[in-house]
Every structure is written in C-alpha cells, then in structure tokens.
Ligand binder design. Sequence first.
Ligand code: ADP
Length: 452
Amino acid sequence: MSTKTISYIAITSIILILLTQSYLVFDYFYTVKFSIIRESDSILKEAFRSDLNQRNETYLNILKENTIQEGNDIDNAEDVKIIDFDMRETDTISNENLLNKFDIIMNVFIGQLVPLNVNTLDSITGLILKERNITSQFSVHIINPTTQEIISSSKSTFRNTFFTIPSQLYPLDFEDKEALQLILINPFSEIIKRMGLMLIGSILFSIIALLAFRFLIKTLMKQKKLVKFKNEFLSNIAHELKRPVSSLIVNLDCLKEPVFYDNAPMRDTMLNNSINSLTELNGTISMIVGLAKVEEGLLVLNRLPVNLIKIINDLKSRFISSPSKNITINTDYDSKEIIISADGLMLTQCFANLIDNSIKYSKQNVVIDVSINTLSHSNVELNFKDNGIGIPDEKISTIFEKYSRVDNNTKVNGFGIGLSYVKTIIEKHGGKISVTSELGKGSNFKIILPKK
Ligand code: ADP
C-alpha cells in the first residue's frame, strides 16, 4: 500500500473518530440537558406543593380567626384538616394528573384568600435546588401560557436567552390564564459537571487519537524520506563504484593496443591509473564495509607499528598524478620517521579521504599542506590544510555525521560517508578530529592520534 493511500485512510479515520466523538458528546449533552429539564419540572412541582401547604395553613388560620371572631366553637374549626401534599408524592403516575388537578383546585380556592407569591416560591425553590446540589442561578415566573407573556417574575432583571433552560409550564388555573415556570439560568456548568467522566474520557480519547495520528503521519513522512534517501544513496554509491571501474576499463583497453607495448612511459601511466582506480574502488568498499561493521559492533583494529610519514608520502604520489586538476601537496614533518601503533590500512583510507575531499571541494589549482608533528611523548598531530571552497559555519557541526553533505556540493561525486568513516576510525584509535574552515579560502582538518 502506498504512503499516499495510508495517509488518506488515516485522515478519513481520524475525521470519522472525531465526528463520532463529537456526536456522542452532543448526544450525551442533550440527554443530560433533558434530564435537568425533567428535574426542574419535579423541583417546581415540589416547591409549588410545599408553598401550597404553607398557604393552606395560613388559609386555615385565617378561617379559624374568622370563626372565633364570629363566636363559633373553636372545635368546629378543627374539622377542617390540613392536607399533607408531600405525602402524595408516593402515589402512582395515573394519580398524578388527578393530583395536579387537585393542586389547581386548591390553588384557586386558597388563592382567593392567600394568593401565590413568586418570591416565596423562589425561596422554597432555592432550598430544594441547594438540597439537590444544583448551583446554577434560577428564576420563577408566572406566565400566560397562550401568549407566553411573563406576568410576574422572582428575578426582575431576567431575560430569556440561549443560556437559559425553562421547565414545563405548570398550570395554576383551568382557564389557561396563568402557569408557573422555573427557569435555570446558564446551567451549562451543571450539565458539564454531570457529563463528567464521559466528557473527560471523550476528550482523552480524542487527544490519544490525534497523537496517534500525528505519530503515524510523522512515521510515514520519515519512511518517505528514508525511501528517497535510500534511492539517492544507492544511485550515488553505484556512481562512486562505477567511476573507478570505467577508468580501469579504459586504461586496460588501451594497454591491449600494440602501440603501447613499446611506449614504456605511457604504459606505466596507464598501469598506475589502473592501480589508482582499483585502490579507490577498494577504499570505497572498505569504507562501506567498515561503517557497517562499526554499526554491528564488529570492527576490530589490526594494530601494528606504522610509519605515518610513509603513508602520507605514498598518498602524495598517488594523488598528484590525478589528471583532473593541478595538484600540489606540500608536506612538513618534524622528524624522519613517526611511528605509531595503528591499523595502517584504515588510517591510510582516512588520510586518503581527507586529501580526496580537499581535491574534490576546491577549484582547478589545488594546494594541500600536510603536516605531522609529535606533540608529546604520547601524541602526534596531523593537519590537512587546503585552499578549497571551505565549509559554511552552520554545517561544520554536521559534516562528520553519516550521509551529511553540504547542499551546494551536490554536483560533486560523493555520498556523505567519508568524514563519518574518518571520525569513527580516528576515535576507534583513541584520537580526535576537528575542523576549521573559511568559506572561499579553505579548510583545515586537525587529527590528534595517540602513539600507542
Ligand atoms: P562526500 O565527500 O562523499 O560528500 P564526506 O563525508 O567526505 O562525504 O564529506 C561530507 C561533506 O563535507 C561534503 O559533502 C562536503 O560538503 C564537505 N567537505 C568535506 N571535506 C571538505 C573540504 N576539504 N572542503 C570543503 N568541504 C568539504
């Protein structure tokens, strides 16, 4: 499956996941909202009945007082019983309608002497809301059910907005003139509080899904980069291997010609060119194998006494014969022989890389100064200085990394493992490598190597 297809599937899946999550959250939000509306219906009813009870008591007291004033026996007044409305909450639903009608009759009857007061109802409602842990603001209204006009309200500043949740209308008479309504003002914090775990779970799930999606896309991008990089690397490596092979074929083809049999200088040049091509090929292959061995932890140094001066002199004769550029290699040694214990083949490959880079990354006239100095009893210092194009400051820290190349050098052959190999081998010997460079003027690679 291609990266593009996987990306499309991932994007579609994340959109579907987020849409489903949003749908579930909204659905649950409305469920909680309706449960609050149902609860406010029952709160209003409870408050109204409690208020009716209180008014009923007041009504009876007034009746008693009137009866006493009219000279009737006080015991006759006791015949009028206080109806306990709260007791009726345990009745069945079918009885509820009947009871509502009874509430209306009682309200109309008691209201003639003790009319309903929204502020009293407001205080009772407040207490019930508190009991039920509902902290949002509220208002109790008497409204006209037909015109929806507010007749009286417990909160004078109240305004009906999107942020208010009204209960059902609770009729106060049989002519549809007045009804009660409880309005919860901005109860969203209450709704969100009730959604609690579901909301947190949903948000967490969405975050995890988004993070997983980000990780997937990042991995896909990385993979795409890797595939591109692998293709580039393979084509570069093929080119690097093909170059010395082509040169070898040309030289060997020429050597076959009878005209060169007796021309000793030409024959020697071609033989030298062939040897150089093979050495270059061998060097590139050794580097690739060497780096692979380092990664697998299998690289072992074959330490023997080696003369650094001899290595540099051999490389000098190999590189100055290059026909492509005018190459001068100056050498400066502080003694005739500088012997250290090292893997001669690997060090030769490292120094060859540095000289080869100095030639590759310079103009037509190349001047390379190689110096070797004994620093102390235990260390030697080598410097490879050139007059090449130099390295930009911001790239200095990365050029020793594997596959790292300076962007504007992409036209020059190479695949970015030379300096990485040099650093790895020098450090494996217990040494250090550093570079100083100035754009347009040249670079200096300094190596410190222990003698043993
Ligand atoms: P390669 O030469 O195959 O690109 P290297 O690892 O040898 O890989 O070098 C890494 C990069 O460092 C090169 O691409 C080049 O941009 C820069 N570089 C190395 N040596 C020199 C030098 N002597 N002068 C200028 N730039 C250099």
